[in-house]
Design a protein around this ligand. Structure first.
Ligand code: FAD
Length: 466
């Protein structure tokens, strides 16, 4: 057993199983310390996730305590400054898992080199994907830009992999403190008490995540292909924040799904969604410019409009389009929004209001508990039409018809927009046709901020310009 201290750098891996770096640290060392580097600046526009992060840290600390492992949180402005100082101590070996974002992977290379130069043992392991990014390429060695062939290749590659024998985490002999000036997880909580509502619905913990997965597979996966379209029922897994923070490894999702024998295609549809996540991570690493700019350069000339009144009405769920307003209010209240509705509200912002997708991306980043740079940017660019394998620009979601198709009884709308609760099915997605004494537009609910048909034509004209 190695006499040095084993340090595990915790990033998006709040779990005890399938945590290769942490498991290796406990295999090699009697004494292990897990540390989290909190960069306040990075979380500046991720208020909802500050809550999830803070809770994840305090829950994971308790789990690690039982294994005689301390979790220490250090606030820093720069990973580089932190590690350049740490490297001067030589009493440790260090382990971590990959985060598949270009900045992280680039920093990893620096850190591995710096540790090697100082003869400090360091190892980096596979992160939360089925395959490594560079394992899935086209036959000619170039990256996939279209999802279906990507996922066909990725699934095949994963199935043919020879599974390694899964190691399990070991209890350490003695718990120790290693870092000075650590902070408490409470310090990370957002200043506004907005997150109080989240506490009633989400439990950021890896044991809970596994139970949620098993429950989804038992109760909902059979009808997933259908059920995933309707926002008024719980038809999807709602596992996205757990996956983002690594409370669930996607290999665990795969293993649990494979155990279930099904006659419907719910399982393969569900795994294909995990595939979309994997595809998005591949895209941002091969085409990192898309994290801040249009993937498709021709969109650089798109005549976006700036209209803070429209943008604010969209954020607050006061556009006058019930399904859009319901989605935006669900997001603000729960830190999550149904995928179908993410597409509808996204399309409305970009195509009806002609507001740059980057504004929507920024707002989602601040409000989503599952925010991930890969899936958020790719999701927004898919909606806008500027992304790889994106929805064609001329496909403009009609918020009235989308509402009538996917929330036919208006139950989702009534849940989040209670001022419409007395409207019948006939009017729930077109309240402007219901104006009467008891329900006045402009008083009880806003007038639509744009007219659908006019906005559609304007968007199509704008598109012609590029
Ligand atoms: C504009 C927009 C922004 C989005 N931003 C994010 C984001 O920041 N983070 C995020 O995780 N997802 C994002 N998505 C994708 C998707 O909406 C969510 O992953 C999904 O709604 C999460 O709910 P769920 O866990 O119940 O999904 P399920 O339907 O149960 O799917 C299981 C898992 O597959 C993955 N997944 C599902 N759909 C997608 C998809 N379309 N793209 C990529 N991965 C997917 C997620 O990890 C999800 O948890 C975005 C989609 C759009 C249209």
């Amino acid at each position: 057993m190695n006499k040095k201290i084993g340090l595990f750098w915790l990033r998006d891996d709040f779990r005890l199983s399938k945590n290769k770096g942490l498991i290796e640290a406990t295999t090699n060392h009697d004494q292990v310390v897990v540390f989290y580097l909190y960069k306040k600046e990075s979380y500046k526009n991720q208020e909802a996730q500050k809550w999830w992060l803070s809770k994840s840290l305090s829950n994971f600390k308790k789990r690690l305590n039982n294994l005689n492992i301390n979790l220490e949180i250090i606030e820093t402005n720069s990973f580089k400054i932190f590690f350049d100082k740490l490297i001067k101590k030589k009493d440790f070996s260090i382990y971590w898992n990959k985060v598949y974002e270009p900045n992280y992977l680039k920093f990893d290379e620096y850190l591995l080199r710096a540790m090697k130069n100082k003869n400090i043992y360091s190892r980096r392991f596979k992160g939360n994907t089925l395959n490594e990014i560079n394992e899935i390429k086209k036959n000619d060695g170039t990256p996939f830009k279209v999802f279906t062939p990507f996922w066909r290749a990725a699934e095949k590659f994963y199935i043919e992999k020879i599974p390694l024998k899964e190691k399990i985490i070991k209890k350490c002999k003695k718990k120790i403190n290693y870092f000075k000036n650590c902070i408490d997880s409470e310090k990370i909580l957002p200043k506004k008490k907005w997150f109080k509502k989240f506490e009633k619905i989400w439990f950021p913990d890896d044991e809970i995540a596994l139970k949620e997965l098993q429950n989804f597979i038992k109760e909902r996966i059979t009808n997933y292909s259908e059920g995933r379209n309707f926002p008024n029922i719980i038809g999807t897994s709602k596992l996205s924040p757990y996956i983002k923070f690594g409370q669930l490894h996607v290999e665990t999702i795969w293993d649990e799904c494979i155990k279930k024998k099904l006659k419907t295609n719910g399982k393969s549809k569900f795994l294909a969604e995990i595939g979309w996540r994997e595809f998005n991570h591949s895209l941002i690493n091969y085409f990192p410019h898309m994290l801040n700019n249009n993937y498709s350069k021709k969109f650089d000339k798109f005549p976006w409009e700036k209209n803070s009144n429209f943008l604010n009405a969209w954020k607050k769920g006061l556009t006058g389009y019930p399904i859009v307003d319901a989605g935006m209010r669900e997001l603000f209240s729960t830190g999550w929004m149904h995928n179908r509705v993410r597409m509808i509200v996204g399309s409305f912002l970009v195509k009806h209001l002609l507001i740059n997708w980057k504004e929507g991306e920024k707002y989602f980043r601040n409000c989503l508990l599952d925010y991930s740079p890969a899936s958020n940017v790719a999701g927004w660019q898919w909606v806008a039409g500027s992304g790889a394998d994106a929805a064609p620009y001329f496909r403009i979601f009609n918020p009235i018809l989308q509402g009538e198709k996917f929330d036919n009884e208006g139950l989702y709308v009534k849940k989040w927009v209670p001022e419409l609760k007395n409207l019948s099915k006939k009017f729930i997605h077109r309240p402007w046709e219901f104006d009467n004494e008891k329900f006045k537009l402009g008083r009880d609910y806003p007038y639509p901020i744009v007219r659908h048909e006019e906005a559609r034509l304007k968007a199509l004209n704008a598109f012609k310009k590029i």
